[in-house]
Design a protein around this ligand. Structure first.
Ligand code: SF4
Ligand code: SF4
Length: 367
């Protein structure tokens, strides 16, 4: 089955701890339906321990495949980065990892260079030679150009995890389509993350919901989104971060006996994409040329990304939450001194100062 169980958004109890009993039920349903791919990470709080409890201690090792990730961004040095691997082994008790990924490579803060500086690529190859890793990969949040470079420089990466969903397919910022095309040109398999865009496509704006429901009242919006991703060529697994038994049951209802989108369904998705693309939003590509020179250290593209959640999907709460996260260390939109440096640097010629005023008005109120 192409559906993968993403273990990042596991159900939580009232005290904030992971609801292990519900997680066990979800694991049982998933495996009974023919699911095998589980995806956790060193930085998903409590997730690797929950994986041990709900999966590893309850099923034979050959009943599933397990992926986890090393995150250099949170490691102070090379030794700390490599120690994450051994901590993950200890937490999960899995013995080895079927898939081991370098986590969230991108241009932001030049974080992809950190993996090279820490010797992470050599380290994972050593662990593979020692039998502790079966397949090496990386998850990716950067530009198609960087992806092309990384796949050329690292033939040891057998697969790449990409953010792909129908809303981001032609999005100038995420460039899902181009990234997928590059991975396939390099003959790499793809695991897909965020097929429902962090839940937004499970509960899309009414104008999208209406055309999906009219075309197939029996298929949930999440079903449309996940089937779109799973229909692509070269997909190893589509990860869905399910948070309760109902979501698991819904996902299994269309993925257990998966049928790729047919031509008529593809046309429905293309209509939905065209409607989303037509919604006025901030056309920031996330190139970050504007960022280093800002005297107020305003994370301009990250603020615009948060604002687009409101503009495109009408999700003000999530936009405010995203904005609060991106500006928790300062650099609020309202701190802009209108020096104009960013607008001179922006290849899209965006009216950044004006947009920041709108972002401040919409996202700082009541924050
Ligand atoms: S105009 Fe505002 S956002 Fe742009 S560089 Fe100057 S202070 Fe930063
Ligand atoms: S330079 Fe323009 S397109 Fe690039 S990140 Fe900044 S605002 Fe976005």
């Amino acid at each position: 089955m192409k559906l993968g169980f993403g273990l990042m958004r596991l159900p939580r109890c009232g005290d904030g701890s992971i609801d292990i009993e519900q997680t066990k039920t979800m694991v049982d349903l998933f495996i009974a339906a023919g699911g095998t791919y589980f995806d956790t990470a060193y930085v998903y709080e409590g997730s690797e321990d929950a994986t041990r409890e709900a999966l590893v201690t309850r099923y034979p090792r050959d009943a599933y495949t397990l992926a986890t990730k090393l995150n250099a961004r949170v490691a102070r040095d090379a030794e700390a980065a490599k120690a994450q691997f051994f901590t993950s082994l200890e937490r999960t008790q899995a013995g080895y990892f079927d898939y081991y990924l370098l986590h969230a490579l991108s241009e932001v803060g030049n974080n992809y260079r950190r993996y090279e500086q820490f010797g992470a690529w050599d380290f994972v190859q050593e662990q593979k030679a020692a039998g502790k890793i079966r397949h090496i990969g990386f998850s990716f949040h950067g530009s198609p150009e960087l992806l092309d470079l990384l796949l050329s420089d690292h033939p040891e990466a057998e697969f790449v995890q990409l953010q792909i969903n129908y809303a981001d397919w032609n999005n100038p910022r995420t460039q899902s389509r181009r990234c997928w095309e590059i991975a396939r040109r390099h003959n790499r398999l793809v695991t897909i993350m965020e097929p429902v865009k962090g839940g937004m496509l499970a509960d899309p704006p009414a104008f999208i919901r209406d055309i999906l429901t009219e075309a197939n009242p029996g298929l949930s919006p999440a079903g449309w989104a996940i089937r779109f991703a799973a229909s692509l060529d070269g997909v190893l697994s589509v990860l869905s971060g399910m948070s309760n038994v109902a979501q698991m049951q819904d996902n299994l209802s269309f993925m257990k006996a998966f049928k790729p989108l047919d031509d008529g369904e593809r046309a429905v998705i293309e209509r939905a994409q065209a409607m989303l693309d037509a919604v006025p939003s901030i056309a920031c590509t996330g190139c970050r040329y504007c960022v280093p020179g800002c005297p107020m250290q305003i994370p301009i593209p990250d603020i615009f990304g948060a604002m687009n959640k409101q503009l495109i999907f009408g999700r003000l709460d999530e936009a405010k939450q995203g904005y609060a996260n991106e500006t928790r260390n300062g650099g609020k939109a309202s701190a802009c001194i209108q020096c104009g440096q960013c607008e001179a640097a922006c290849p899209q010629q965006l009216t950044i100062i004006e947009y920041l005023k709108q972002c401040a008005a919409a996202l700082e109120q009541g924050a």
